[in-house]
Design a protein around this ligand. Structure first.
Ligand code: NAP
Length: 457
């Protein structure tokens, strides 16, 4: 696929980028491997942390320009782009301030002698990343691994080449040496060859199941470590004692944020029967109140999907869901205007034999399920191929936390939307993937946790 910037608000082509040749890939890999073998990777962590601190400052200083690059390229609202840039700087700063502590040796209790774990870089990594948070996804992999000393080769999604180049430029300006972070515009075949190369020691992948499976299979074949951050079909549970106004407000935000193209967005609303009618009515009103328009316009509340193919794919999914028996309660159509817009949509009566029941809808489409008791909530929530995150709304925190413990996902949020912060681990179970990014857990994914033991004298 060609690397191109197409403005999804108009579907006009802005710029085409040239792919990197095999020779350029080899040059990038050699530089990254040389860096891994150098004092930069193996020596003191302090110069690497200095780069991260400078990077955070640079991002803060250029926040507005960077936010505009995101909005122009993948269509999220300008306010959402600003929020993304803010957290991107926070992640760099978080690892700049905490990585040394995370990677310090930890002693072990044993009667064999004096023992401890050291943390060492493992070598060049490959990062394959999606477009929906085009700076944040890169930083989630970059910051902990730069701190740990692992050079990274990045293959970003082909619809966000400007973001990919801008990120690389920032890392260079922050003082990272050649090879620390290299962006490559490469094909799936070139990615497979990179994983097979013995200089590459691991692959971090975020995206769809198809791509995750291809990358994990190749990593498995060549015995490389991988982490997978895949999609989700997250539940948003509303118990009968919830603050309904708040549940609707947060539920609407969580489903329509980034035009519904968020892995941890609320996708399946599971509502107790006692409040189901009221919740649906209020959610419908909230969806009706949405202002569809140019994502650069501050007053817009729902922008376009990332591309025409994403919009058309979603339209087909909704059509198929209705054909298989779901009720179209609200919306359901492509918006009749230039650009990749899709109406905010609510589906009800999605039965287990409907393909929609198990699918991730990566757009502004909510499914509503009505349940009569808490056991049904757990059964429905866990009857999913995915296990990324979820939300429970209730005034009874004890009951909500009991439910949270029973939901098979990497995270559950109570009385708020699933979100992210540098100190909170991010990742899933089942087909949502494996491994964690962010927090102390994230920095330990690609380090050699080496045991050293000095025998008792
Ligand atoms: P995608 O098609 O899988 O693309 C993600 C990345 O993988 C892109 O860089 C893409 O490149 C690349 N890719 C695709 N097939 C490949 C292959 N065979 N070999 C090597 N690279 C390949 O995913 P998407 O549809 O853009 O992203 C949306 C999905 O990501 C959703 O399912 C969403 O839930 C998930 N996601 C998960 C998380 C998380 O943290 N769990 C976060 C964000 C998104 P091209 O663009 O060149 O195809």
């Amino acid at each position: 696929m060609a690397y191109q910037t197409v403005n999804p608000a108009t579907n006009e082509l802005v710029k085409t980028y040239l792919n990197h040749t095999d020779a350029q890939v080899e040059e990038a890999l050699s530089a990254a491997h040389r860096l891994y073998k150098s004092e930069w990777s193996k020596g003191s962590i302090k110069p690497r942390l200095k780069v991260l601190k400078k990077l955070a400052d640079l991002i803060d200083a250029r926040a507005e320009d960077l936010a505009k690059v995101i909005t122009l390229e993948m269509g999220k609202l300008i306010g959402e782009s600003r929020a993304e840039i803010q957290v991107v700087a926070q992640i760099a700063r978080y690892y700049a301030e905490n990585a040394e502590r995370f990677l310090a040796p930890t002693s072990l209790q044993t009667d064999q002698g004096e023992a401890w774990i050291e943390h060492h870089p493992i070598g060049v990594l490959l990062a394959v990343e999606p477009w929906n948070f085009p700076f944040y996804q890169l930083m989630r992999v970059m910051a902990p691994n730069l701190a740990a000393g692992n050079p990274i080769i990045a293959k970003h999604a082909s619809i966000v080449p400007h973001c990919a180049s801008a990120f690389e430029q920032l890392v260079t300006e922050a003082g990272a040496p050649k090879g620390a972070w290299t962006n490559l515009f490469v094909t799936a075949d070139q990615v497979a060859k990179l994983i097979a190369d013995k200089r590459v020691q691991g692959a971090a992948m975020t995206g769809s199941e198809g791509a995750g499976s291809a990358i994990a299979a190749q990593a498995g074949k060549y015995l490389k470590k991988s982490t997978l951050e895949m999609g989700g079909n997250d539940v948003f549970v509303v118990l009968e004692d919830s603050d309904l106004e708040k549940a609707v407000e947060i539920g609407t935000f969580s489903r329509l944020h980034v035009a519904g193209q968020e892995c941890i967005g609320a996708k399946r609303f599971i509502v107790r029967k006692e409040v189901a009618d009221a919740f649906l009515e209020k959610l419908t009103d909230a969806f009706k109140a949405v202002r569809i328009g140019d994502p650069m316009d501050e007053t817009t509340t729902l922008g376009p999907l990332s591309s025409a193919s994403a919009r058309d794919g979603l339209a087909k999914q909704v059509e198929a869901a209705i054909k298989s028996g779901a009720t179209l309660h609200y919306g359901g159509h492509v918006v009749d205007r230039p650009g990749s817009y899709f109406e905010p949509t609510i589906l009800t009566h999605v039965t287990r034999d409907n393909p929609a029941y198990f699918e991730e809808f990566f757009g502004p489409v909510a499914q509503i399920y009505v349940v009569e008791n808490d056991d049904e909530i757990v059964e429905l929530a866990n009857d999913s191929n995915y296990g990324l995150s979820g939300v429970v709304f209730s005034r009874d925190i004890e009951r909500a936390t009991k439910l949270a413990s029973k939901i098979e996902t990497g995270a559950v949020w109570i009385n708020t939307f699933s979100s992210t912060a540098p100190e909170l681990p991010f990742g899933g179970v089942k087909r949502s993937g494996y491994g964690r990014e962010l927090s102390e857990l994230g920095i330990k994914e690609f380090v050699n946790q080496k045991l050293v033991l000095v025998a008792k004298s």
